[in-house]
Design a protein around this ligand. Structure first.
Ligand code: FES
Length: 206
């Protein structure tokens, strides 16, 4: 299956993506707290239309702990974030600041309705639409655990939407008292070995 990577955070992957084919439009990238230059690759409109809605596959074994990749699915950025142990531990520390910590009103498959908002088989891998649930901007990743000017002094990492100031944790759960009112969406996905396919899950619930 062909990778449909549009953005990658690692220096190593910056080299690799020069060789990738069938690549779709790009998004800004930040990995492990280090800002990298965003890049954009384009696809012919006819190719884009042909692939609209098709599932997207990616070898997630390439993603190192603390690194984030974005792929495009249905014209939207999908975040693939391999969370570190510290990132996972931080999820519990700020739950009292979240509007919907148990994801009761957000969109995700049943197997991702948990604190990590991820399939338990790869709970450290966050798979999420990188789209703010307020008005659809792309939140900026804040992957460093610790004080952050936008996320606060007790930040455990997360995502900050610069459009109107919404904040989300590293599971995409929205903070209280921000413009967005629901967690970011988790799309259906499934695994086959090291390959994740986004956009289909064969109807599974676990
Ligand atoms: S679009 Fe994200 S806060 Fe408004």
């Amino acid at each position: 299956m062909a990778d449909n990577i549009v953005s990658d955070t690692s220096v190593e992957d910056k080299k690799r993506r020069r060789f990738l084919t069938g690549i779709t439009a790009g998004f800004g990238a930040v990995g492990a707290g280090i800002a990298l230059t965003p890049f954009v690759l384009s696809m012919q409109p006819s190719e884009r239309a042909k692939n609209a809605g098709a599932p997207v596959s990616y070898d997630f074994s390439k993603i190192q702990p603390g690194q984030m990749v974005k792929v495009e699915w249905r014209g939207k950025p999908v975040v693939l974030l391999k969370r570190t142990e510290a990132m996972m531990l931080g999820l519990d520390k700020i739950e009292d600041r979240l509007a919907d910590p148990t994801s009761l009103v957000s969109i995700q498959p049943a197997y991702a309705q948990n604190d990590a908002r991820a399939d338990a088989n790869n709970a450290d891998l966050l798979v999420m639409l990188g789209v703010c649930t307020h008005l659809g901007c792309s939140p900026v990743e804040k992957l460093t655990v610790g004080p952050d000017p936008e996320m606060g002094d007790d930040s455990q990492g997360g995502f900050f939407c610069p459009c109107h100031g919404s904040k989300f944790d590293l599971s995409g759960r929205v903070y209280k008292n921000v413009p967005a009112t629901s967690n970011m969406e988790v799309p259906p996905y499934k695994y086959d070995g090291n390959v994740i396919t986004i956009g289909e899950d064969d109807g599974r619930t676990a």
